[in-house]
Design a protein around this ligand. Structure first.
Ligand code: C5P
Length: 398
């Protein structure tokens, strides 16, 4: 499988860089063509001569050669590669990747690469456990980057904990997976709603909710990684659009309803993850409402139920809904399943710590007509995998 494949190995400045030598050797032995990119710091840990000898190609560090001006095009490298793996990936490089910073050839190549990408983090245990590093890893995962988990054990610092780079053999196995990631949803079209809607009161004020869109964005990313063509109908959120996903921005529940109805005809899969306002002001004041000494009353009217409308026009498609409950969870979720004609409901309860709004984790229970399956507290990316696994199962029966 690796024979003739073009693989970029990016090496950053950590002590685990010495293991990259073994990694490159294993890949070359399997017949892969390996191009090594190093950061300047990486050269302090392992010599370019070692890496060039093992990869049988000159290694690249700078955007251009200062001696003769020869240009190392990150764009060409990005197009050449079938897979790019950054091993070891330091906390610094992971942070730059998450932020889109391109201050080295390795980073600009990452930003231009069209191929699947993996990172093998390696650092001291406290750096690994730091919220910033964990958030950066989560961001990258959401964007479709494969994380080759670090192992626990003795670290170069003398401390012991999670931070050792995965062994080269494990990384080679991950590269095989990366290259062979099954495009099980190729040819399928999916529509995902995410984020919060905003219902205007006047040009200044609006009604909204706490949804950040993270769960829906993770699902869109997972569907796209499996080859589906994904439209993400998104309300208010701060999140970047996942790789390979087409985003349709909307503001109000009414806008979301219109966008979803338009997209639904060509879709095979619908995942209704958005926190849609159930009520909207009956009238939007064209000018800012002035305060007076009296209390005020805003009359609200019902918004259309998007999931229910799509459920009425389901015809052989898979439709998934969410239920965010604070009490009587199971019964409410079951009712939603029927009322909206859904294939299954993803139930999350505000009573569970670490679940729901804003965080990077969720604890869900998938409920269908056959029964229910509960999962522990997991990253939203992992929860997205579980939801998409179930969608695939149902598609097979349609
Ligand atoms: O009825 P309830 O709002 O509790 O149902 C939640 C589910 O219905 C979610 O999947 C949500 O995205 C969807 N929904 C919708 N349109 C609405 C309200 C909720 O699609 N107006």
């Amino acid at each position: 499988m690796l024979k003739g494949k073009h693989i970029i190995i990016g090496i950053t400045g950590g002590i685990a860089a010495y293991k990259a030598a073994v990694l490159v050797r294993l890949l070359v032995r399997e017949g892969a063509e390996v191009q090594v990119l190093m950061t300047r710091a990486a050269k302090e840990f392992i010599t370019p001569l070692t890496m060039a000898t093992l990869s049988k190609r000159p290694i690249l560090v700078e955007n251009f050669n200062p001696e003769n001006g020869a240009w190392n095009s990150h764009i060409d490298l990005g197009c050449w590669a079938d897979a790019m793996v950054i091993a070891p990936a330091t906390a610094n490089t992971l942070a730059k990747m998450a932020c889109g910073i391109g201050d080295s050839l390795l980073l600009t190549t990452y930003l231009s690469a069209r191929c699947p990408i993996a990172v093998a983090p390696a650092m001291d245990l406290d750096m690994m456990a730091h919220q910033a590093t964990q958030q950066n890893l989560d961001t990258l995962k959401q964007r479709g980057v494969m994380i080759i988990e670090a192992e626990s054990g003795e670290l170069a610092s003398g401390l012991s904990g999670k931070g050792r780079m995965a062994e080269p053999e494990v990384i080679v196995e991950s590269i095989r997976q990366l290259l062979g990631r099954k495009q099980t949803l190729a040819g399928r079209r999916a529509m995902v709603t995410a984020g919060a809607t905003m219902e205007a009161i006047d040009p200044v004020r609006y009604i909204t909710n706490h949804s950040t869109g993270k769960m829906g964005y993770a699902i869109a990313a997972e569907l796209a990684a499996r080859g589906a063509e994904v439209r993400l109908v998104s309300g208010r959120t701060q999140l970047p659009c996942p790789k390979g996903v087409e985003r349709v921005d909307v503001v109000s529940a009414e806008d979301m309803f219109r966008a979803c109805c338009a997209e639904w005809d060509g879709a095979d899969i619908g995942v209704m993850c958005a926190a849609v306002a159930d009520y909207t002001p009956e009238q939007v004041s064209p000018t800012k409402i002035k305060k007076s000494d009296d209390d005020m009353c805003i009359r609200l009217r019902r918004t259309p139920d998007i999931a229910a409308e799509l459920g009425r026009r389901k015809e052989g498609r898979v439709l998934v809904g969410f239920a965010l409950e604070t009490d009587n969870e199971q019964v409410n979720a079951q009712q939603k399943l029927e009322r909206k004609n859904l294939d299954f409901v993803v139930l999350n309860s505000l009573r569970d710590k670490g679940a729901c709004f804003g965080g990077d984790t969720n604890k869900v229970c998938l409920i269908d007509r056959q029964g229910e399956q509960s999962f522990p507290l997991e990253s939203k990316a992992r929860v997205a995998e579980r939801i998409v696994d179930k969608i695939e199962e149902i598609l097979k029966t349609k």
